[in-house]
Design a protein around this ligand. Sequence first.
Ligand code: ADP
Ligand code: MG
Length: 376
Amino acid sequence: TKNSENEAKSNILVTVRVRPLNNKEKQYHEQENDELFPEVDTFNNLGQNNNTLGKKIINVIDRNILVFDPLNTNNKQLLFRIPSHNNRRNKDIRYAFDHVFDENSTQQEVFENTTKFLIDDVLNGYNATVFAYGATGCGKTYTITGTAEDPGIIPRTMDELFKKIEEYKDNKIIESSLSYLEVYNETIRDLLAPDNKTLTPLNLREDSNGVIVSGLSEHHPNNVEDVIKLLIKGNNNRTKAATEANIVSSRSHAVLQLRIKQREREANITTDYTSAVLSIIDLAGSERASVSKNQGERLVEGANINRSLLALGNCINALCTNSYHIPYRDSKLTRLLKFSLGGNCKVVMITNVSPSSLHYEETHNTLKYANRAKNI
Ligand code: ADP
Ligand code: MG
């Protein structure tokens, strides 16, 4: 590939997607709140019922800017209950990102503005990485995998790739293969292994071609339906665990890698293939272990998840500030992505958040993490 770990220049695009309110949040927002804030009516004289427990705490201004915990348009405090702060002022923090997708954004819109343009880069030999970051329930899997009715980034990427292979077939030979693994508790497992081998831990090694996961199965889907079947199988194999904070909390990082080899048809038989990898990653939930009050085993897992997310954040920040040392070795995830983050690689971060005040602290932390990942 054309990526070199020595050229520590970052090409990171940081985006945020706000998902629609879910039913639980809607119910919470509609519950009345007289006992908690008897003063709300005098404070919030908006001529509408603001006397409720929950509020939206994200205001998308345009395709680049959002405000977290905004003042209302009359510059009055929007009061709502936040677990742990009853008396508070609005933070009213303005954040700028490369792209902000509001609640009405479509899967296609997200795909076109985060991943579609990476396919040509990968065909030209450059590694690229897309990852979804955010707390459990905020829309990472919806964005990356999607549903059968409304597919997410992976099926749309494969669809586009199949079109390119068809479009270029007279001039180029393009071969693609796909693998899907999880990093759980600093252990790598093949999500698409034959049934009797799904629990086997796999080892990482590095050679002149990059990072290799020994024994990882490779797949060659021929159409989008095949891709969706593989994703459903893989996602069912992901490790999930119930925690106090969330009924189903995904604690694993799911990494899909699409390897594309490509060569001019007319070229001399000795001409090398151009080869590169597009990694599309559904990260583990970013909620902190301390929030979930976990004990024993779960706490260790939480610490490991934080280690991988922390390591990823540290690598990205080191790349953003042109540091000499990029701490890839700090976690399995960053070792795996060693040749897919720095150099000439393009990296796209999709930050998933809920707009509800129910997740006030989590959303604030998520936006801070995303903001730190921006180029300085
Ligand atoms: P995560 O993977 O971050 O834990 P999910 O992707 O599973 O979160 O999303 C949680 C729930 O919210 C799912 O039922 C999902 O279908 C729904 N959801 C997430 N994002 C959207 C969206 N943009 N539009 C509609 N539903 C969404
Ligand atoms: Mg998920």
